[in-house]
Write a protein that binds this ligand. Sequence first.
Ligand code: PLP
Length: 446
Amino acid sequence: MTLLAARMGTLGTENAFRVGDDIARCIARGMDVVRLNIGEPDFDSAPHINEAAIAQIRAGNSHYTDPQGTPALRAAVATHVARTRGVPADASRVIITTGGKPSIGFTMQAYVDPGDEVIYPSPGFPIYESWVTYVGATPVPLSLRERSGFTFTAQDLATRITPRTKVIILCSPSNPTGGVLTQVELAAIAQVVRERCRPDVRVYSDEIYEHIVFDGAVHHSIAAEPGMAERTIIASGHSKGYAMTGWRLGWALLPTPEEAQIFKQLNINSISCVPPFIQEAGRVALESPESGPAVEHMVSAFQGRRDWVVGALNAIDGVQCQVPKGAFYVFPNVAGVCDRLGILADYDRLSGDTRARTSPSRMLQGFLLERYGVATMDRNSFGRIGADGEHFLRLSIAASLDRLREGVRRGQQAFDDRGGWTQYWSTANGHGSPEAPRLAPTGVSP
Ligand code: PLP
């Protein structure tokens, strides 16, 4: 007998949370850490939203509620989807969840059998790969190539579709690349799905960054394309756009009321319901005229930081950084830095086993954090399968310009500190030192 079920070995994680332990260790050693790792706005939820929740608690709205979500919030979500995407929606097809994340697992549980194939973006949100392997499906990463602006073509998608394909995951605006799919690209993708997939294949369209698009761009959903509303799950929530990460409020629009009932059943089996006072505040966020300016203020701050940080990163030898069109991350290529510091050579000298548990960008991430107090995320934190040879870091720009400047300044120093790297690596590399960088895998467990 073993303690844990075998399937636990197939469940991945989200390193943005796990790296918190490493940061805590650095802080305990007296370091000042510039946190560019976490995917949450540095803004607080707006006062009119906070007041709505407080008033609801005072009024006694603190009991169980409809596990599918309150009718009022579901109606508000349906109106929001119709208004922002031109997609017909009604409350019977909406499910309210604790954040945007649960819909990913619900989708895998509801539609995917072992042996089915799931296509998902890589680099992408790590929870996709985690759930795909957890339900015993075959992961089919859809590579987002830097040279093509971190997008993929309809043809790239077509080559991955087989008779076993069951779910196709899209994410726009994208975490971690900041790529945004245009309406023209979505139309071509939709055509491939209509032509190549059975009607029971679902597209999971992760639109959690829908509010955060730059340069006056408009968010588009694949569900607005002909024949796609019937096949698409639109998933989003309040975490990013309304700076409500800790409230745990998200939603999905399902193609049919019957599918929404399945998601409701999954809610019943796990959380019962989202707290009603949070749902009321979420309704206010969607409906209040005060929300638009609050969102715009935040997005314009992100855009200003983006403009500064992309230029600053590209000025560093060995770093190339594309301009993100949405979300609040930059995803620079650091291959030149890994080479210059000797990380690529040190990685090559590792045993095969150890190599499988780390990557050059992960080694750089450890050095940056442990020696220079800058917390970032490595490439493999966004899907490991097929990521070999890709050397990127993700920096969140949801941090003040001052902290970003400090982070980049330290990064610049670190990237020239070959002696520091050599010393760090010889101390840390597998000798059980308290400074040992975490070589643990990202995404799927070994
Ligand atoms: N989807 C993507 C692409 C994300 O980046 C995140 C959070 O980082 C989520 C879903 C989950 O959001 P939530 O915090 O609302 O569960």
